[in-house]
Design a protein around this ligand. Structure first.
Ligand code: ADP
Length: 263
């Protein structure tokens, strides 16, 4: 099979039929990578052809979340991505020594993302997810240039201050002309054994970001769901088995499945 001959320059260009979601957050530690990994696996479990690019250079964690230890292989001049739970996965982390700190500049990141898009054999994907670095950095602009059909998914915690930062990340979409497909709240109220809820990070942040972006952007930006704080999600993530598959009955697993169904 001559793979090279069939390869378009940018398979995710303006006329691409692949649905592209860039997953963004205002700051780190809100569960962006955990959610991205689970959404990818959940979509693949529904029979879709799914790719996942981990562009979070300083905090890359997708390989660990999906238990990927394989490196990409080369066939002719194409890079073949490892596959985990049916998802084709490429991570900056696969090319780095994990013990080395990363000091890449914007242009290098842009080039790395470009190579992930043009030099990797993705095949015909239904959905491509990009795990962006937190904040509103260069890579968000690169994503808009390289993946012109990308829509943003904005992750926030329920906290008021976190929501403000997340809304700012979402508002960057006005500069990059990217639609915002929706907001996902994470680390929502934790259900205690007696059935009551503990609002560890407060409440309302997801709705606040949805309202804010709907007001500022010229579109309705829905809140796609709230994923509760759930020790099961953390434990599953740590061993590389996404809750959406391995713990579908857990509180976080259920919320994730409901979000997958809306994408
Ligand atoms: P980010 O990509 O935004 O930096 P991560 O996905 O790395 O965040 O998540 C940060 C930490 O929080 C991880 O240890 C993860 O397992 C944990 N975590 C994320 N979401 C939840 C949740 N809903 N309940 C419990 N732990 C969570």
């Amino acid at each position: 099979e001559n793979l090279t001959a069939a390869r378009p320059k940018n398979p995710f260009g303006a006329d691409s039929l692949t649905k592209v979601y860039a997953v963004a957050s205002g700051k780190g530690g809100v569960g962006k990578s955990t959610i991205t990994a689970n959404l990818a696996v959940g979509l693949a479990a529904r029979g879709l052809a799914v790719g996942l690019i981990d562009a979070d250079i300083h905090g890359f964690s997708i390989p660990g979340l999906l238990g990927v230890t394989d490196k990409p292989t080369k066939v002719e001049d194409l890079i073949m991505p490892p596959i985990a739970f049916g998802v084709k996965v490429m991570s900056i982390g696969m090319f780095l020594d994990t013990d080395q700190p990363v000091a890449w500049r914007g242009p290098m990141l842009h080039r790395a993302l470009e190579q992930f898009i043009t030099d990797v054999y993705w095949g015909d994907l239904d959905v491509l997810l990009i795990d962006l670095p937190p904040g509103t950095g260069d890579i968000a602009i690169s994503t808009a240039q390289l993946l012109p059909t990308a829509e943003l998914l904005v992750i926030t915690t329920p906290e008021h201050t976190a929501a403000q930062v997340a809304a700012r990340a979402g508002q960057l979409s006005t500069q990059t002309s990217q639609p915002v497909a929706g907001v996902i709240e994470n680390m929502g109220p934790l259900q205690l054994p007696d059935g009551t809820f503990l609002e560890v990070f407060g409440s309302g942040g997801g709705q606040a970001v949805s309202d804010r972006l709907t007001a500022v952007l010229d579109q309705h930006v829905p809140l796609l769901g709230s994923i509760p704080l759930d020790p099961v999600l953390r434990a599953d993530s740590e061993v590389g088995t996404p809750s959406v598959l391995s713990s579908p009955e857990a509180a976080a697993g259920q919320a994730l499945q409901s979000i997958v169904a809306q994408l």
